[in-house]
Design a protein around this ligand. Sequence first.
Ligand SMILES: *Cc1c(COP(=O)(O)O)cnc(C)c1O
Length: 402
Amino acid sequence: MAPTLSNELLLKAVEKFDTPLYVYDEERIHFQYSKLLHAFHQSDVKIFYACKALSNINILRILQKLGSGIDCVSLNEVQFALKAGFEPSKIIFTPNSVSIDDYKEAVSIGVNINIDNLEILRQFGEHYGSSYPVVVRINPHIMAGGNIKISTGHIDSKFGISIDQIDQILKIKSQTQIKIKGLHLHTGSEIKEVDVFINGLQLMLELSKKFEELSIIDLGGGFKVPYKPDEKGANIDELGMRLHETLSKFETDQHKKFQIWFEPGKYIVSEAGYFLTKATIIKENPTRTFVGVDSGFNHLIRPMFYDAYHIIHNISNTKGPVKQYNVVGNICETDTFAWDRALHEVSPGDILLFNNAGAYGFEMSSRFNSRTRPAEVLVNKGEMKLIRRRETLDDLIQGQVL
Ligand SMILES: *Cc1c(COP(=O)(O)O)cnc(C)c1O
């Protein structure tokens, strides 16, 4: 059974640290990571946690101790990873739309480099020649045989080098001697279909025939986790089995060995996170009932930004009659967390809990409306630890030059 935090403990956290509050469960992070290890144990697979999902250094340390690698999309994330104790060899730098200067700095740190456009590939090759092997991000468009939809690996996506431009990669390679040690593909988030990953793998394996020194295939992240009550996530056990089948057959046929990299973010931390808010007002309009909470899209933007569904529980009243509510925030703009949601009757002061708040929750928070950002708490086997203090007015003003 997957570890979850009890309402009792979450209410205790609120008593101690107030709302709005993010709470993370260390045991659940361990659990998710070990599910990944188990699913992929038959193949040479390395996990790189995509830390843009949740980058508090205390969380990164958990993954570092578990033996994970880490995927960073900015140099600051790389610095966080170093602070958390990751060896540079366990860090991948996967930026996009950054200048060669960022890549040079990453090289000086010694991390793995993932290049996602031809211009940088050329500049990098001209500067480093064969001395610093890189991974190249491929945009697969519609896959060969194409019966799968790629959510963000489509032809108009800004990410990666088009699969139609392989010849140009090979040309840069022969002109500059740059070594390509890996091919990378990240087709998007919330991918449920195992086929998407297997077809991606097959495509990369085919391409690998053109790159003799290739030893790494990075299949990105994006494993779906359940958000709605009866939803299913990606079946990673099935993925692990089919990956092993596909890969070992190719390796035997071609007399080659590959290491497979994955970069899950959401899968590792989404369900480990809880967001706690307090009901401030109940407003009965002629057509609907609103419950206003002491937060808004400045703290959890996914419902407004992605139309995401988060399960909400009234953990102060778990038995009363159920009513329909629109759960809304306190931002001066429409910031609806949930439409027509059935909740046990809510009274002012009740604590509303949002599930799946670990990934892209605090991480995407802002100070819009000059409101401060929430505190973050890490729970390990019932022990609560503050890992980010609540912001204050001073934090908002600090940095302004008056
Ligand atoms: C965001 C991102 C991921 C993680 O995606 P999840 O949906 O959180 O698993 C992995 N790789 C890259 C390159 C990303 O940009």
